[in-house]
Design a protein around this ligand. Structure first.
Ligand code: GLU
Length: 287
């Protein structure tokens, strides 16, 4: 068994991250397996180096250690580009030149597309551009790369994954529309990078928050297209604050740094979290 914890260094870790890390760490250690860290720092404009060090220090405080060096997404851009190139050669991705304003305008049209699990789905404006127009506009127009999801699905057929405690679940990538695989400002989207990394790192069990369960629809399709193994998944309940909302990086009171500064024992906290016992005022909820 190999599990991982994959923080984005865009803020301080909070109790929700601790819960996720403890579950993944204990699952691996209890099975005599390995536990690795991945730093999701692909978004260069939002990632800060200081949060990488702070996150690793928080994990150590919880009594968590890890195998090997943390994997940095920012060091894996060539792999992401190679995978995108393969999909491009198969005609499964296309460049999209739409600005946010273009997309907003077509979504507000009377018969705009329905919402997907992650909000509005892309109306497909650039899917039908001719090769000539693409080639001309690629020269100097900012663009992202989108998956032609319908075409990709035609190559993949029905897709499923094994969800802990639930058995087989069907993936529904079509509900997401033509998702972005490489962005104007970042060479790979979370979906592409995370799917490739989990395979490269040999992750056998993806243990992460239930907020990401819909993403697994897309990850499962990418695994199929790129010939990658499908790990087992466990999407766990989310830690919520007194207001019943899931914690966000701006909830300073729940940050691990502030709990540590308040003299809380990190290892005792990790043991409590492993038993689903949360500090007063916090609860676990399934979205
Ligand atoms: N970096 C992601 C996050 O902080 C986690 C991604 C994953 O576990 O797949 O939400």
């Amino acid at each position: 068994m190999l599990t991982r914890f994959a923080p984005s260094p865009t803020g301080e870790l909070h109790l929700g991250h601790a819960y996720s890390a403890v579950l993944a760490y204990n699952a691996a250690r209890d099975a005599g397996g390995k536990f690795r860290i991945r730093i999701d720092d692909i978004d260069g404009s939002r990632s800060r180096e200081e949060y990488v060090g702070a996150s690793l220090a928080d994990l150590a405080w919880l009594g968590i250690d890890w195998d090997g060096d943390p994997v940095r997404q920012s060091a894996r851009l060539d792999d992401y580009a190679a995978a995108l190139g393969k999909l491009r050669a198969r005609g499964l991705v296309y460049p999209c030149f739409c600005t946010r304003a273009d997309i907003a305008a077509s979504l507000s049209a009377p018969h705009g597309p329905p919402n997907g699990p992650a909000g509005a789905i892309y109306p497909g404006t650039c899917r039908g551009l001719s090769e000539t127009e693409r080639t001309r506009r690629l020269v100097d127009e900012p663009h992202c790369w989108r998956l032609d999801t319908a075409r990709a699905l035609a190559e993949s057929g029905g897709l499923q994954w094994e969800e802990a405690g639930q058995g087989l679940r069907s993936a529904d990538p079509a509900a997401h529309g033509d998702i972005v695989l490489a962005r104007k400002d970042a060479p790979a989207s979370y979906h592409l990078a995370s799917t490739l990394d989990d395979a490269m790192m040999g992750v056998t069990h993806v243990i992460r928050g239930a907020d990401l369960i819909a993403s697994t629809d897309v990850h499962r399709l990418l695994q199929s297209l790129l010939d990658l193994p499908t790990p087992l998944y466990r999407h766990h309940a989310l830690v919520c604050g007194a207001d019943g909302k899931r914690l966000a990086k701006r909830d300073a009171a729940a940050s691990l740094a502030s709990l540590r500064a308040a003299g809380i024992d990190g290892r005792a906290l990790a043991a409590d979290l492993a038993a689903d016992r949360l500090p007063a005022g916090y609860s676990l909820q399934n979205p």
